[in-house]
Ligand binder design. Sequence first.
Ligand code: COA
Ligand code: ZN
Length: 312
Amino acid sequence: MLFSDAPRRVMINEVSVRDGFQSEPEFIPTEAKIRLIDRLSQTGLAKIEVTSFVSPKAIPNLRDAQEVMQGIRRDPGVVYAALVPNERGAERALECRVDEINLVMSVGETHNVANMRMTQDMSLAQFRRVMALAEGTATHVNGCAATAFGCPFEGDQPVQKVMDVVARYLEMGMHSITLADTTGMASPRQVGELCREFFRRYPQVPLTLHFHNTRGMGLANVIAGLEAGADSFDASLGGIGGCPFAPGATGNICTEDMVHMLECCGVDTGIDLDLLLGIARDLPAVVGHEVPGQIIRAGKVGDLHAKPLTET
Ligand code: COA
Ligand code: ZN
């Protein structure tokens, strides 16, 4: 179990510049995106999901995907990923030589149609074409099963249905899997059960967990995932994020709050927390509003206050 074992190492994938920026109403200038990603690249993050190669009409804030991908300074120690919904997106992503394409389809058909304007069969047909395009390139393909812990329209998704999506992805040759809780419906016990089932079936397949903190269960879900053997987590600086095509969607789990929690638990993230906190403090100025992250307000547990002056 987590708290009796020696500290473990986890990988953290930063998604603020994709999941976070996709729902921002004001366009974030390309230069500001590039500056932020270049700073994030210096913090020890394993991966950064830089942008989405989607329709600019669907997600206007990420219409500069190519400029951003080509404008950033790529650190060889960081994997630079991008979300892709279809063949057109994969062509654009491959032109920019992304390290990883993240193909997304929802486990619940209703959300897939709302989000991607495609049935699951249409998405899977697109993904087969993407696999053919990516074959022989250095680009890795991750398959993301969105709404894996519950669909905002259909409710709970049976474990078998989630595993069927995973099986389809792996049959096509995708290299790794993300199970995503698109609208914060996951609870810790469910996370443990789904992760254990995944690892029972696919002990060799790299798994990433993607949580939103919509109902305050985000970091508890991380602990449940860790205890079940997961070692890779998506998170968003400042806790921004959310799918614009899911009612009531709110931010991802907050990267700096998660790193702080993991450090307190003796789990190694490889991240320079102070450097990350400095970037998180600048985020409200980039997006033009306050962000939900808590450590930027409260400080780390070790940041003590001056003792009150007492009358003697
Ligand atoms: N990149 C850029 N443009 C794209 C594109 C892509 N990956 N895919 C389609 N387009 C363009 C088409 O060229 C077409 O342009 P036009 O109107 O100028 O001719 C337009 O978008 C519509 O194309 P179509 O194939 O009919 O797509 P659609 O309207 O059925 O939308 C998606 C399908 C998948 C492209 C769209 O729903 C989408 O981008 N969704 C992403 C949603 C998202 O990112 N959600 C949050 C993340 S979970
Ligand atoms: Zn998300």
